[in-house]
Design a protein around this ligand. Structure first.
Ligand code: SF4
Length: 349
């Protein structure tokens, strides 16, 4: 048995690998089918063939930040900005509920128009009208008190990708005004409050090294998130990084499998970004260990405007079409869509 095969066996037995072992595994070409089948086995032991759906509502593309990689960054003057009001958001939830969704993900830029009072109002309105649903927020860095207020209003889950855990790499991707330390602190605050927490990172972002990716895995080991979202970096024309190459499909898939083995209980989405770089990207992501899909519930008229990266797929279909398309894709990959609330199955949770 060669070294990387041994590493797969060790990870599947929940043994930790050294940094150099992880790096050689991430580079091991020719072992993908072995790695993916080990990840699939672990996922089936815990989640069977279930794939959970989360209805994504992209409710604002306004953002005060200027991350160098992001298509809706503040300095992109060519972006047409929009905001959805509470009634629009509730209408998206109602449509999603009819389609069987029991998790709503409210995602947006860091937009101070949505004050704590506004967010709490939106969350409690969803909570009252759809008491059997999970409410996930993904609205960036906010003070701990604000996170607490949203939780008290009825939010249960929070997604905040750390994007890169390495301080030097973080600085290459973000302007001085932003802080990796603050981002990490936010994640620990969310955990302390009691949210189910999701984090994650881009694969193949500009200047990223394999060492950086291992640092991402190490940070996740420290955080022990319930959800881990990763996707390939995809450039956007109106950003300082427009000339960089996009992240690779094979490395993203390998990382999904490694994450499944390192975090057997994690909820891992097969992301839209994966589907954007390859026609079967999401199916391949599921077969590498992912177990969540996030169809878009945003009104079709604003879909194209939430353009974090270029050529994003699924911007023209109505929610029902999206749901049907994903159901067929999930089945073709060998899994079943489940419309339950889909909480994490961590031991003792
Ligand atoms: S990545 Fe997030 S925080 Fe950064 S500019 Fe884009 S929406 Fe804003």
């Amino acid at each position: 048995m060669n070294l990387s095969k041994e590493h797969i066996t060790a990870l599947a037995a929940e043994r930790d690998l050294s940094t150099s072992e992880l790096m050689s595994l991430l580079q091991a070409e020719g072992l993908d089918s072995l790695l993916f089948s080990a990840a699939d086995k672990v996922r089936r032991q815990i989640y069977g063939d279930a794939v959970y759906v989360r209805g994504l509502i992209e409710f604002t593309n306004c953002c005060k930040n200027n991350c160098y990689y992001c298509g809706i960054r503040r300095d992109n003057q060519s972006a047409t900005r929009y905001r959805l009001e509470q009634d629009d958001i509730l209408a998206c939830c109602a449509e999603g509920y009819e389609l069987g969704f029991r998790t709503f993900v409210l995602q947006g830029g860091e937009d101070s128009y949505y004050t704590d009072a506004k967010i709490c109002g939106i969350v409690s309105a969803i909570r009252n009208r759809f008491p059997d649903c999970a409410i996930t927020l993904s609205i960036g860095e906010r003070p701990k008190d604000s996170y607490q207020a949203y939780f008290d209003a009825g939010a249960n889950r929070y997604l905040l990708r750390h994007e890169t855990a390495d301080p030097a790499h973080y600085r290459k991707l973000h302007p001085e005004a932003m802080s990796l330390q603050n981002r990490k602190e936010c994640l620990f605050h969310l955990k302390e409050i009691g949210y189910q927490v999701g984090s994650g990172f881009m694969v193949g972002s500009p200047y990223q090294t394999l060492d950086n990716l291992v640092a991402d895995l190490r940070f996740l080991q420290q955080l022990q998130p319930d959800m881990i979202g990763i996707g390939p970096y995809i450039p956007h024309n109106e950003t300082p990084f427009s000339k960089f190459e996009r992240g690779s499909l094979s490395l993203t898939l390998r990382l999904i499998a490694v994450l499944r083995l390192m975090f057997p209980y994690a909820l891992i989405p097969a992301t839209t970004a994966l589907g954007t770089i390859h026609p079967q990207g999401r199916e391949l992501g599921l077969q590498a260990g992912a177990n969540v899909v996030m169809p878009n519930l945003s009104p079709v008229k604003v879909r194209k405007l939430y353009e974090l990266y270029e050529n994003k797929i699924c911007t023209g279909e109505e929610a029902a079409q999206c749901r049907g398309c994903l159901e067929r894709r999930v089945e073709s990959a060998g899994y079943q869509i489940v419309t339950s609330i889909g909480n994490v199955k961590k031991p003792n949770s």
